[in-house]
Design a protein around this ligand. Structure first.
Ligand SMILES: Nc1ncnc2c1ncn2[C@@H]1O[C@H](COP(=O)(O)OP(=O)(O)OP(=O)(O)O)[C@@H](O)[C@H]1O
Ligand SMILES: [Mg+2]
Length: 305
């Protein structure tokens, strides 16, 4: 799939500024952005539900606008807000979705894959959040699509259900399907995506591999430690040597933290562990994550927690 200069406004609000990118089979591209960034607007245009103001969308060289019926057979979509008929069973729901498409369906194999065999005859109203979410994903897969569009597939799930879906999504990728994943979970993008597009207020503010973005925008590491009964001269000495060192609380019981060059923080870590072992606890040194990239680019956190 190839997109060139795709743009959309709702009245005076530019929901998406001209955006170009591609999605290849076997890769996962994450659209990462906070609420209102334009992720859903983008996905809805890519699957033919919303008319763009300008730009082109091509699948294998065919325009979505002139080959929509054929292209819809090849792509699967899980929308952010799905409301399915709650009196239908899991199996009936999959059958309903399968009936929208021409090809054969492998409903039984899909039930196994989604770990919903035992719930096949259960009505939707009796499913847990995680089970429902897996069924929604299943509805996007009934026709064995080459490209799959997922709009926040793990929103508000517990960590275990989220992890299960991540594994499912990864197995789709291994089968050679292309995945476009809209998310505001940074760790989800970091875990699943080969490439990330960071959207903010309708604009693409950065793009690259998760690791590439981290080394390009935020090479800083972060050190944190708990201190107890640290003496004033030692603290003064540490602060002179490591100028980014900050203290929350006081010398008797507080937290120290420093951000900066990974090599320099490694030295601080060694120093704390060798000379001040009795006064520091729970020392952690971590590399930058996509979270730090977003913070650095926008000055804001991607989501409030
Ligand atoms: N049908 C519409 N009419 C008017 N404005 C809209 C419409 N749909 C979306 N918007 C606006 O466009 C902007 C982008 O919305 P969109 O739903 O694409 O964001 P999003 O990144 O999917 O957000 P979220 O993470 O909350 O799902 C928002 O400011 C939103 O209020
Ligand atoms: Mg959305």
């Amino acid at each position: 799939m190839q997109v060139e200069n795709l743009a959309k406004a709702y009245g005076s609000l530019q929901a998406l500024h001209p955006l170009s990118f591609s999605l290849q089979p076997g890769e996962c591209v994450a659209i990462l952005g906070p609420n209102g960034a334009g992720k859903t607007t983008l996905i809805e245009m890519l699957v033919g539900l919303t008319q763009p103001d300008s730009g082109t969308i091509e699948y294998g060289g065919r325009s979505l606008f002139s080959h929509k019926a054929d292209i819809l057979e090849e792509i699967g979509v899980q929308l952010q807000e799905s409301t399915l008929y709650k009196k239908y069973t899991v199996r009936e729901t999959l059958q309903l979705f399968a009936s929208f498409y021409r090809g054969p369906t492998q409903e039984e194999a899909l039930l196994t894959r989604l770990n919903l065999q035992e719930k096949a005859d259960t009505r939707l109203e009796k499913l847990s959040g995680g089970q429902k979410q897996r069924l929604y994903l299943g509805c996007a897969l009934v026709h064995n699509p080459q490209l799959v569009f997922l709009d926040e597939p793990t929103a508000s799930l517990d960590p275990q259900s989220r992890r299960y879906l991540w594994d499912l999504i990864q197995s789709l990728k291994k089968e050679g399907r292309g995945i476009l994943l809209a998310t505001h979970y940074l760790e989800e993008a970091e875990f699943l995506a080969d490439r990330v597009l960071i959207l903010d207020q309708g604009s693409l503010i950065a793009t690259g591999t998760p690791q590439g973005l981290i080394s390009q925008y935020s090479r800083e590491s972060q050190l944190d430690a708990q201190v107890r009964d640290l003496d004033a001269p030692t603290w003064a000495q540490l602060q002179t040597e490591f100028t980014t060192l900050k203290m929350q609380g006081d010398l008797a019981t507080g937290r120290i933290s420093a951000a900066g060059d990974p090599e320099k923080l490694e030295i601080l870590l060694q120093q704390l562990l060798s000379h001040h072992k009795g006064n520091v606890q729970a020392v952690t040194l971590r590399q930058s994550r996509l979270e730090d990239v977003f913070l650095q680019l926008t000055g804001r956190k991607i989501r409030d927690e």
